[in-house]
Design a protein around this ligand. Structure first.
Ligand code: FAD
Length: 472
């Protein structure tokens, strides 16, 4: 926590801005979906900021950064707080910079739009659809709540990745406006290779205030759920449709039995417990040819939003809210003891790897795959449910995956390195030296900055020393 006198000074410096200091409300805005992980829940439960400051425009952000720089108060940016690795949690206390009120869509043109960082994805899509029948290429399954700035700083891909790959692929973000954390914050316009400096950096080296993104043609996507009584048949079918050159999908996920029946409660009426399912968003013009292929492969059509009655559709979430991290959320709502992992099954042996992992773990780790384009090839990554017993067993499950050539992006770690490729991102580190020389932005999330000697190849977990101080 920051010293009381410093907090009082900061409040007077920021007089006239929207400041929250009620401890219960500050704590609420100091959390994200970290509790997805039993490990992060244990480590981060007590984390809280001293203040939440909500700027309404870029000038106010500059004022906040200047004052915090002078007083050496940490600043952790926040969009909507839907990240699930504790990314938006202020490990060293200080200020949560809540960008939710910087939410305007500023301009829309053919194939692109410009918005303030706090704009919620669903709102952007509503405006671009109404303007010119366009929509964002990619969005996380938290479309209804997540901000565009938070997606770029904390997310990776999602619905649409089957066509467009991940956020960090060239072309999926066009430009960013970024503020530095210096005595006199600078405004930088970033494009091209520069974007890599701040994308997926958890706001550790700059505050994004505006985002320019490419748009795609919007369709009235048809939600379809198919099923087989066999997990690997479901996987092979999803792989087959994902590789069809003439069919257009926005989402293809596969989820193993009994997860759909046990946890997709509102869709249970369409399911048997033996059903492993494919969760699809199909372009309207692709439905007929898709159905022909499904019939040929003997896939059972369990649900179609284009022919379902109003009564059948009542209360159902869109199908994409059963995919990506929503699968885990729905499982956690029924059984709070489960957790999950993030697995890459490398191309071209992804289907075999999935088969091998499900033979090894069976129902301890029921499968969940997200098909996507990865370096031009269709492959899949996994967000399998894990029936959690102990942290030791979780580590063992991670190791068995890695020993079998399936890298894990560990969602039970709050640092960039441990949750990612387990190596230093030199570009992001170099930019942090330049843009945040006092290390005040989102402290504790970049190991390379906090402890350059930490051995990322060891099996030790990094513990940010400031975390104990903040919690104490
Ligand atoms: P926050 O959680 O508020 O912030 C995320 C990170 O970005 C934090 O480190 C924060 O400090 C930083 N940040 C926020 N705004 C800024 C800014 N303006 N400038 C600099 N740094 C900033 N993720 C996916 O990629 N794909 C998915 O499909 C997906 N599905 C999800 C489903 C569920 C149910 C949940 C709980 C999470 C899911 N996520 C997914 C994770 C998360 O929802 C997304 O990454 C989301 O886009 C984060 O947006 P946010 O506004 O909530 O960001």
């Amino acid at each position: 926590m920051t010293d009381h006198a410093v907090v009082a000074r900061l409040k007077s410096e920021l007089d006239g801005l929207k400041i929250e200091d009620n401890p219960a409300l500050v704590k609420q805005k100091s959390r994200d979906f970290y509790w997805y992980s039993p490990v992060l829940k244990r480590q981060l439960d007590d984390v809280t900021a001293d203040l939440v400051v909500t700027p309404r425009n870029e000038e106010e952000v500059v004022r906040i950064l200047k004052a915090c720089f002078a007083l050496e108060v940490p600043v952790t940016p926040r969009g909507s707080g839907t990240g699930n690795y504790g990314q938006a949690m202020p490990l060293a206390g200080g200020v949560v910079l809540n960008l939710a009120e910087m939410n305007r869509v500023k301009s829309i043109g053919p194939g692109r739009m410009l918005a303030e960082a706090g704009a919620v994805l669903a709102r952007i899509d509503r405006e671009t659809r109404a303007h010119s029948g366009q929509e964002l290429r990619l969005h996380p399954s938290t479309h209804a709540t997540a901000s565009i700035g938070g997606f770029i700083a904390g997310g990776s891909g999602g619905i649409g990745s089957i066509n467009w790959g991940g956020l960090r692929n060239f072309g999926n973000v066009l430009s960013l406006r970024v503020l530095t954390m210096e005595k006199e914050p600078r405004v930088l316009e970033m494009r091209g290779l520069d974007l890599m400096k701040v994308m997926h950096a958890y706001g550790t080296n700059g505050i994004i205030t505006e985002v320019e993104m490419p748009l795609d043609a919007a369709y009235d996507w048809v939600d379809v759920m198919i099923g087989f009584d066999d997990w690997m048949k479901t996987v092979r079918f999803c792989n087959l449709i994902a590789n069809q050159d003439g069919l257009l999908f926005k989402e293809i996920a596969a989820v193993a039995a009994p997860v759909p029946y046990d946890y997709f409660l509102r869709h249970r009426k369409f399911l048997r417990r033996e059903h492993s399912v494919g969760l699809l968003m199909v372009a309207p013009h692709a439905v007929d040819p898709f159905l022909a292929l499904a019939a040929q492969e003997k896939a059972e059509i369990l649900f179609r939003s284009d022919t379902a009655t109003d009564e059948e559709k009542r209360g159902l979430p869109p199908i994409f809210e059963l995919t990506w991290n929503h699968t885990t959320l729905r499982a956690l709502r029924v059984d709070p003891t489960v957790t999950y992992l993030q697995v890459l099954y490398p191309f071209p042996t992804h289907v075999e790897s999935v088969g091998r992992m499900s033979r090894i773990f069976g129902d301890e780790v029921p499968g969940h795959l997200e098909f996507q384009r990865f370096d031009g090839n269709i492959c899949c990554s996994g967000l399998p449910i894990v029936r959690f017993t102990t942290e030791e067993r979780l580590d063992e499950i991670v190791k068995i995956h890695e020993d079998n050539g399936c890298p894990i992006f560990n969602p039970h770690r709050y640092t960039l390195e441990e949750g990612g490729m387990k190596r230093t991102d030199e570009v992001q580190l170099a930019f942090k030296r330049e843009a945040d020389p006092k290390g005040l932005l989102n402290p504790g999330k970049m190991i390379a900055w906090e402890n350059p000697d930490f051995d990322l190849t060891s099996s030790r977990t990094y513990l940010f020393p400031g975390l104990q101080r903040a919690a104490g």
